[in-house]
Design a protein around this ligand. Sequence first.
Ligand code: ADE
Length: 239
Amino acid sequence: MRLDYLSIFPAYFDVLDISLVGKAAINGLVEIHAHDLRDWTHDRHRTVDDTPCGGGAGMVMKPDPWGEAFDEIIGTESDPSVHVIFPAPSGTPFTQSAAAELSSAQRIVFCCGRYEGIDHRVIDYARSMWTVHEVSLGDYVLNGGEVAALAITEAVVRLVPGFMGNPESLAEESFSAGQDGLLEYPLFTRPVSWRGLDVPEVLMSGHHGRIASWRRDESVRLTRERRPDLTDSDSSGIH
Ligand code: ADE
């Protein structure tokens, strides 16, 4: 899998070197390329923004540098196997199933906007050429797409076959199919007693049936309490 990042702050992606994603890059599982969008400007100030057409506050990212960057990084041919991601609060909510789908992509290009956003023709152009995803990380506003791109990267790359040492741990975590659409149950390890707090007795009983049923009850309780929206869906394990 090849990952490209287009940003006016490409140093954000230096942290990938110290993450497990960086290890996956060393092992040849992924290839990482961070680009400075200003490399495709031609004026003395390396300008990437301009005032919004129609007026309003803030600045909008100009289309020209994006277009030239696309030509050089992706090319000028249409190819639906190239996935281009625009993180934005106005995007579709990013989910575990979206991460799973992207984990089989050969090529993902992250376009990280700043200021009020990117000229919409950039997104329309990309959509006419490649597979575009406008993605939101949640109902809050970040200063730009970089942190969202890092989060999406981590969610996707850990699902790339060969990334996880023990793929069984993928099956049991929150939001995966193995959890029945429920949140993960609480975890404990030794010591059995710590600062007056004990590991639930059932987990030390060695009784697999009772342990499984305790974990399931805890998952249901937590999901009802914290994410009632998940219990409404047909795919939830609460009926
Ligand atoms: N850029 C700014 N805010 C964002 C959000 N909530 N999700 C994704 N990208 C963003």
